[in-house]
Design a protein around this ligand. Structure first.
Ligand code: HXC
Length: 257
């Protein structure tokens, strides 16, 4: 593999990307960022991949951006290199992504998880935006995505006090879709990914695009956007196949997957 800080494993139509800097609890330095962005872009272009899982270790999904790397940077360093901007590309992937989170998902780690489409948490998961304790604020979208995910009350609480929330609180708040026992996390994440990857790829992309639009626009415009895509799916062979399979009481064999 061409990467040093991540592992990429493909099984059928799914891929699992594992953050692999165990000595630093998967702290997200620029190398990790560049490798994750490059690997996911390559998987996104591959028509044989229908869903991407991003995970860490049992102890840490990621304990944040790399504090030791950031420490000496000046404003000019940060501004001119547009520090962290590459992470935004994860949000532009068309292929659905699943974050499988165990252990610490702090700062940039929480932000990385929130950049994914489906967020599965092990019962050991801990989420937070503790940047304020370091004299900084979230820099990979945390103040925006956390607020949209859990609302102002908890987002302010987490961002201003730096406290963390456990998996139960995160699920109740709407940050994670469900909690699974830590030992089953990867099995469950792969199962979810296989389920998504078995759908029509273009239709899954449209579903993702439609949901994401809700964060960018008004309700009326969002519904109009959905309606356009809804009409468009009737131009796919997969709509014909999906509905034929239902009527014929068999499983659908989508062509575009
Ligand atoms: C660099 C890190 C790191 C990080 C842990 N390590 N987190 N290195 N950046 N974010 C390193 C430690 O220095 C240590 O290496 C090793 O990983 C193990 O960490 P310990 O602290 O010894 O482990 P433990 O006692 O189990 O505590 C785990 C922890 C703690 C609670 C997660 O490591 C921690 O609080 N980490 C920082 C969490 C954080 O503040 N994240 C936000 C980062 S800022 P050595 O070699 O020293 O033993 C961020 C900002 C985004 O994400 C945008 C802002 C600009």
């Amino acid at each position: 593999q061409p990467y040093e800080t991540i592992l990429v494993e493909r099984t059928g139509r799914t891929a699992v990307l594992t953050l692999n800097r165990p000595k630093a609890l998967n702290a997200l330095n620029l190398q990790v960022m560049n490798e994750v962005v490059a690997a996911t872009a390559e998987l996104d272009r591959d028509p044989d991949i229908g869903c991407i899982v991003i995970t860490g270790s049992p102890k840490a999904f990621a304990a944040g951006a790399d504090i030791k790397e950031m420490r000496p940077q000046s404003y000019m360093d940060m501004y001119l290199s547009d520090w962290f901007t590459a992470w935004d590309r994860l949000g532009d992937l068309r292929t659905p992504t699943v974050a499988a989170v165990a252990g610490h998902a702090l700062g940039g780690g929480c932000e990385l998880a929130m950049l994914c489409d489906i967020l599965l948490a092990a019962d050991t998961a801990v989420f937070g935006q503790p940047e304020i304790k370091l004299g900084v604020i979230p820099g990979i979208g945390g103040s925006q995505r956390l607020t949209r995910a859990v609302g102002k009350a908890k987002a302010m609480d987490l961002c201003l006090t730096g406290r963390t929330m456990d998996a139960t609180e995160a699920e109740r708040a709407g940050l994670v879709s469900r909690i699974v026992p830590a030992a089953d996390l990867l099995t469950e994440a792969r199962a979810v990914a296989e389920k998504v990857a078995a759908m029509s790829a273009p239709v899954a992309m449209m579903a993702k695009e439609a949901v994401n639009r809700a964060f960018e626009t008004t309700l009326a415009e969002g519904v109009r956007f959905e309606r356009r895509l809804f009409h468009a799916v009737f131009a796919t062979e997969d709509q014909k196949e999906g509905m034929a399979a239902f009527v014929e009481k068999r499983g659908a064999e989508f062509r575009h997957r």
